[in-house]
Design a protein around this ligand. Structure first.
Ligand code: SAH
Length: 261
């Protein structure tokens, strides 16, 4: 028996219906697959049953990675590393289908890393990922929604997002304390070009710092009281951060980059 390690966010999926929903949400046959955090291989079994062309898994836990090598001789490319330290662009030539019942403590960090590093010739065609529900709700939130914020803007920048379904704690072992949600992401063919994603992070941090206040103060802080950008983007200083669409945040970032270059 394997004892789950809390520090590695180990909540293994044990619900056959959920496992089936995950692998049925996208085409797997003859595709290159990447699974993040395969754990004991519960989801991996379902993936392999669908006859992928090649399957890569990234598992940080040495003990689990060794067990997977024994369980699937020759069937899997097992990478015993921290996913945050892997450059996915270098793993394969074809665009991958990516699955992950992600460790909750680093799920946003993984997604942010992928978005920030994503080039025009993106390395994946689709991501099917599990998040804690509260995080998933923030990722999918639309403008004017109370959950809309920095993460929604970042995710919307390069990805189309669909919620597949919510998932109860009883589908996992050990049971997490919170509900989860399964999200499906596909890359946008066109997205706003900015010079440095750090500037988008800076702008959204300053704007959402006071989400209930009007945008007058953050706007003036960034543009030094110069109202030209305001006119150009047809913004009103009485709006609140959650009223501005992801598109507006990207345009504000572009204007800011013009200003500082
Ligand atoms: N997919 C499996 C296990 C999910 S639990 C299932 O559904 O049953 C999360 C898994 O991610 C664990 O196996 C854990 O060891 C692994 N993990 C945690 N942090 C990681 C990291 N930084 N990089 C890669 N894998 C990690």
């Amino acid at each position: 028996m394997i004892k789950a390690k809390k520090s590695l966010g180990q909540n293994f999926l044990i619900d056959d219906l959920v496992l089936k929903t995950i692998v049925d949400s996208v085409e797997i046959k003859n595709k290159t697959i990447l699974e993040i955090g395969p754990g004991t291989g519960n989801l991996t079994d379902y993936i392999l049953n669908k006859n992928p062309k090649k399957t890569f898994v990234i598992e940080k836990d040495y003990e689990l990675a060794e067990k997977l090598k024994i369980k699937y001789p020759n069937l899997l490319n097992i990478i015993n590393k921290d996913v945050l330290h892997v450059d996915e662009n270098l793993l394969f030539n074809e665009k991958a289908v990516v699955f992950g019942n992600l460790p909750y403590n680093i799920s946003t960090e993984i997604l942010s890393k992928w978005i920030v590093n994503l080039k025009d010739d993106f390395w994946f065609e689709v991501l099917v990922l599990m998040f804690q529900k509260e995080v998933a709700d923030r990722i999918v939130a639309n403008t004017n929604n109370s959950k809309y914020g920095r993460l929604s803007v970042l995710a919307n920048w390069k990805l189309n997002i669909i919620k597949i379904r919510d998932i109860k704690p009883s589908s996992f072992k050990p049971k997490p304390k919170i509900d989860s949600s399964l999200l499906l992401f596909t890359p946008k063919k066109n997205f706003y070009k900015i010079k440095d994603p750090k500037n988008l992070e800076k702008i959204t941090r300053i704007f959402f710092n006071n989400r209930r206040k009007m945008i007058k103060k953050p706007y003036n802080q960034i543009f030094n009281g110069d109202l030209r950008v305001l006119d150009k983007l047809k913004l009103d200083l009485n709006l609140r951060p959650q009223n501005l669409s992801p598109e507006i945040y990207l345009k504000l970032t572009q204007e800011y980059e013009n200003l500082i270059s």
